[in-house]
Design a protein around this ligand. Structure first.
Ligand SMILES: [Zn+2]
Length: 460
């Protein structure tokens, strides 16, 4: 339920047309905020705000309030401290609830100076997974990809989402996520291009619309404007004259030319993602790239960031994480994947948060190269810990799902931090698999299929 202007609104009805005038009024009002009633509190709910997305008014959670929602609520988000998001909030990412906009500070250029190639190449080392210096006040290309994925809601999983995600859904929600974001000089949605779902019957019309979208990139001057392209990588193959070409799914007739030094930087920075795509045939490889268009109409990639996702479009960082996530999905569990943004893999961040345990469980995957164990749980955050040291242990038993009757959880949830020994009893492993109790099918209001983590109105 939501409370808007003293009216209680059914959660399932919030996207209906007849509520748009009410949301429009709340959008203009500065005095009274809508509230999500998922979680009992002394103030009677969690404050929300109204943003205009895709020509419609939608409810979004207030900055920093994600952990205050019930884990089953579509607006729940893990504590930022468990993810790579925390250092960027208020610096590279500034949400402005009064306007519904988010201001972004990008750490990469959106123009290309052909005469400054050597400088551009050396800049690539700032966008690496290798722990080299990254300006925490700016978004790397990978961090922007993570932000778009996070805000599109594709980090959240409930069993009802099974089989409901495809490129058309992904494209629509990423555009919606971009619509409320602005860079220093531009609307993000005007910079962003995702290929239309390809059909042979409409290939000429699709190509014509793509050329029209790219047209602003072709112009006079020494500086070349760049756009952001997001798509699933089909292949990266050698092309003639020492270059490569990047083929994006749904745009087979639009290869992106990639210079040899860019390919080398890609292997250096995203070798893990490329290897995962080679090793795990059921995964996908997503790319966010900046690109320009030559006067002859050829698309040329400037910088590329990669992200591996599972068959259900959940981001993964390793074979171990793939094993954990595919197992959770097969066992009808609910969780929210966390993302690193600018943080290197050596920083111990939670891999995902189980949202069907009470309190939620932060799952950590550590290994010999991690920088020590994760920080002890914040006693003020209702989250327990589950740790899998992938260097020495088989997967510990997964905490069983708690069967809730509604999305409301006790306001004073108990907090119990468990260490590896508590979570993992080797003698138990000999007799029990990691999956102790196959959870029952969802049966109540907490099974919302709403996907967007920040919006209460989207349902991929
Ligand atoms: Zn809520």
């Amino acid at each position: 339920m939501y409370a808007i202007d003293d009216q209680v609104i059914d959660r399932a009805r919030i996207g209906d047309d007849y509520l748009q005038p009410l949301l429009a009024t709340a959008h203009r009002s500065r005095s009274q905020r809508p509230r999500c009633l998922c979680s009992a509190s002394e103030t009677g709910g969690v404050d929300m705000y109204v943003a205009r997305v895709g020509g419609r008014y939608v409810l979004k959670r207030m900055p920093g309030t994600g952990p205050h929602h019930a884990p089953g609520c579509s607006s729940y988000a893990p504590p930022a401290e468990l993810t790579g998001l925390a250092p960027l909030i208020g610096t590279a990412i500034r949400e402005q609830p009064n306007t519904g906009l988010t201001r972004l500070t990008l750490g990469f250029p959106l123009t290309h100076h052909p005469s400054r190639t050597s400088v551009r190449n050396s800049d690539r080392t700032t966008d690496t997974d290798t722990g080299e210096h990254v300006d925490e006040t700016k978004l790397t290309l990978r961090a922007l990809l993570h932000l778009l994925w996070d805000d599109s809601g594709f980090v959240r999983w409930v069993p009802a989402m099974s089989g409901r995600r495809n490129w058309s859904t992904i494209r629509r929600h990423v555009y919606w996520a971009a619509e409320t974001k602005r860079t220093k000089t531009s609307e993000l949605s005007e910079l962003l291009w995702l290929p239309e779902p390809f059909t042979v019957a409409n290939k000429y019309e699709i190509a014509a619309r793509r050329l029209a979208a790219f047209a602003p990139l072709v112009g006079p001057g020494t500086k070349q404007r760049l756009m952001l392209g997001l798509g699933e990588v089909k292949n990266l193959t050698p092309a003639r004259f020492g270059r490569h070409k990047l083929i994006i799914k749904h745009a087979p007739d639009c290869p992106f030319i990639v210079e040899a030094d860019t390919v080398a930087a890609l292997w250096h920075t995203f070798g893990t993602e490329l290897a995962l795509r080679q090793a795990l045939p059921d995964t996908k490889l997503l790319a966010l790239l900046t690109f320009g268009i030559t006067r002859a109409g050829v698309a040329v990639a400037d910088r590329i960031a990669l992200m591996s996702v599972s068959a259900d479009w959940i981001p993964i960082e390793s074979v171990f994480e793939h094993t954990l996530i595919t197992g959770l999905i097969a066992h009808r569990r609910r969780f929210t994947k966390t993302l690193r943004y600018n943080q290197p893999p050596s920083t111990p961040l939670a891999s995902l948060i189980l949202t069907d345990t009470d309190p939620p469980t932060a799952c950590y995957l550590t290994c010999a190269t991690s920088s020590g164990p994760p920080q002890p749980a914040d006693p003020d955050l209702p989250v327990t810990q589950w740790i899998w040291n992938t260097s020495v242990d088989a997967m510990p038993r997964i905490p069983p799902a708690t069967h809730r009757t509604n999305t409301t959880r006790p306001h004073q949830a108990s907090t119990t931090a468990r260490n590896t020994q508590e979570a993992h009893n080797p003698s138990d492993d000999k007799e029990a698999p990691p999956w102790p109790i196959p959870p029952a099918a969802p049966t109540n209001g907490s099974t919302s299929t709403h996907c967007a983590t920040t919006s209460a109105s989207t349902t991929p």
